[in-house]
Design a binder for this molecule. Structure first.
Ligand code: MLC
Ligand code: AMP
Length: 505
């Protein structure tokens, strides 16, 4: 095939008058019309001088047009690099410089802020707002609606997704056409998607879950997407009768369960509810079953690997587990000190291998070597065990990571900023239980001798550097940080000490 990913996701829908996307105002776009728009965008990229393999950094709101940008990148052989809309200019600057992006596509309202950054990085700046309008779309209107698809192989890179790290420096995970395609195909089959499904899509599309799981599956199955800009409880409840499948992070499901309108009657017609990106509490799984009669299907994945495991579509969906390795994915539990495979039921680090596993971190060979073994196994940083029936349980993390509402936050990045604030000697950032987001961020500070750090001023200062969801919900001043005999900060003790901070809604 000329371009395996484009052909499988998009090319085969050429000329099809089937509905691809339905927006919240009920306007629909057919596959055929969508592909014409994507082809026009591919022409704009070419006209701007981009060549296959170039990175396209995109920080725009979720829209039909933003999906067309993804399709255009695939068709033109460009590397799609989506960025969280919550990122600050400082964060964007890092990603654009690190990836050496050739173009930055941003919302018109951020253009003034991002222009100097783009210029400094040698990138072109174009705009696209939430309605899909801007300098980029403007140029597309004059372009032909057909584009000669650029030839690619399955090993060519299709996307970079940045993921934070324990060192505080974000890493660009390099994903190939095969990584995305193989995973999408396996999920489409295992979750029995067909063209008659209707997918309720309220996830952001700058992460694996909303883009490579939800969108790619719908494209592979050829089904319709109810495409919502974000999770809005009222809209979801309103539109649910039109859907057959919904995908979400646990926060989606706890919010729905807390609403009296969410009943068995409202969900009876649904074929499937999928959860992932963060742990779904057993209690939530059971409450969902009690209210709706549906068992949420929980699966487990990550940026570097796409999806690794899933509870079965047919068969027992076991609460508190993430099911079995997907077809083609090998998963083992190993001893973190020796790397030896551990027997069933023993807790160790989760390692995975398969066509889903990424090619490494962009320009970080050492980081790649630390996590991706020569034999192809990727050390996920998650701790788990496999029970007697083969179900994988995630029991913790070997990495210092907080997951808030499905977003990953690495404490190191925040600690590095807190440590340099006036009057601060040192800091520790931990995640504590939160009724809506699962976990939320708090920062514990120790003052320099005799200093009295101004916590409000610190909050304001770090807000210019960190996306809102990473900013500590609370800063707490302590005399000293708890340490073990080796001098290492005991984050577990801090998590326990402050576990009740957000206990009630
Ligand atoms: C928003 N806020 C958050 C937040 N989302 N704070 C902490 N954690 C979050 N996840 C903050 C906003 O900055 C704002 O702060 C306030 O909460 C309300 O903002 P909002 O925009 O109204 O929030 P809402 O729309 O309700 O968003 C919450 C959410 C959203 C849970 C619906 O975060 C979401 O869609 N999360 C999904 C993330 C996801 O797709 N993850 C997949 C990663 S891929 P203030 O103070 O200004 O009011 C991956 C691999 C895999 O992990 O396995 O899938
Ligand atoms: P990210 O790096 O944003 O892709 O997040 C990946 C991480 O999310 C994984 O390493 C896990 O820690 C976590 N994760 C994803 N799905 C699940 C799940 N179903 N249960 C528990 N943790 C999950």
């Amino acid at each position: 095939m000329a371009n395996p990913l484009y052909d499988a996701l998009f090319g085969r829908h050429q000329g099809q008058m089937t509905t691809f996307i339905q927006l919240s105002d009920n306007t629909v776009t057919t596959h055929a019309a969508f592909l014409e728009l994507a082809a026009q965008y591919a022409h704009v990229f070419t006209k701007l001088g981009l060549e296959p393999g170039d990175r396209v950094a995109v920080q725009i709101e979720k829209s039909l047009q933003s999906i067309a940008v993804y399709a255009a990148c695939t068709q033109a052989g460009l590397i799609f690099l989506p960025l969280n809309t919550a990122y600050t200019a400082e964060e964007i600057s890092y990603f654009v410089h690190d990836s050496k992006a050739r173009i930055v596509l941003c919302d018109s309202k951020n253009a003034e802020l991002l222009e100097p950054i783009s210029i400094a990085a040698g990138a072109i700046l174009e705009t696209m707002d939430a309605a899909g309008q801007g300098s980029f779309s403007q140029q597309a209107t004059e372009m032909p609606t057909k584009f000669q698809t650029v030839v690619r192989s399955k090993d060519d890179l299709a996307a970079f997704l940045y993921t934070s790290g324990t060192t505080g420096r974000s890493k660009g995970a390099m994903l190939t056409q095969e990584n995305l395609l193989s995973n999408g195909q396996v999920l489409t089959t295992e979750w029995e998607f067909t063209a008659s499904d209707v997918l309720l899509h309220a996830l952001p599309i700058f992460h694996t879950h909303g883009l490579f799981v939800a969108t790619n599956i719908a494209l592979l199955a050829g089904c319709k997407i109810l495409f919502l800009p974000k999770f809005d409880l009222d809209v979801i409840i309103d539109i649910l009768p039109q859907a057959s499948v919904m995908m979400g992070v646990p926060t989606f499901y706890t919010r729905l369960l807390d609403d009296p309108r969410f009943t068995k009657g409202l969900t009876q017609h649904m074929r499937l509810f999928v959860s992932g990106s963060a742990p779904l509490l057993t209690e939530t799984h059971l409450r969902f079953e009690y209210i709706t009669g549906h068992h949420i299907l929980e699966r487990y994945g990550m940026t570097e690997t796409n999806m690794n495991t899933s509870n079965p579509y047919r068969g027992e969906r076991r609460a508190g587990t993430v099911g079995f390795p997907l077809s083609g994915v090998e998963l083992k539990i190993t001893d973190s000190a020796t790397g030896a495979t551990l027997p069933q039921n023993e807790v160790g680090q989760i390692e995975v291998r398969g066509p889903n596993v990424f090619k490494g971190y962009w320009n970080m060979p050492e980081k790649t070597a630390e996590e991706l073994r020569e034999d192809g196994f990727f050390i996920t940083g998650d701790l788990g065990q496999i029970d007697a029936d083969g179900y994988v349980h995630i029991v913790g993390r070997n990495k210092d990571l907080i997951i808030s509402g499905g977003y990953n936050i690495y404490p190191k990045e925040i600690e590095l900023l807190l440590d340099i604030q006036e009057g601060v000697l040192e800091s520790a950032v931990v995640g504590v239980p939160h009724p809506d987001f699962g976990e939320t961020v708090i920062g514990v500070l120790v003052a320099d001798t005799g200093a009295e750090p101004d916590l409000e001023a610190i909050k304001q200062t770090i807000a210019t550097s960190l996306a809102r969801f990473k900013q500590p919900q609370k800063l707490i001043l302590l005399q000293e940080l708890p340490r073990n005999t080796m001098g290492k900060v005991q984050k577990k003790a801090l998590r326990e000490q402050f576990s009740d901070l957000f206990a009630t809604k």
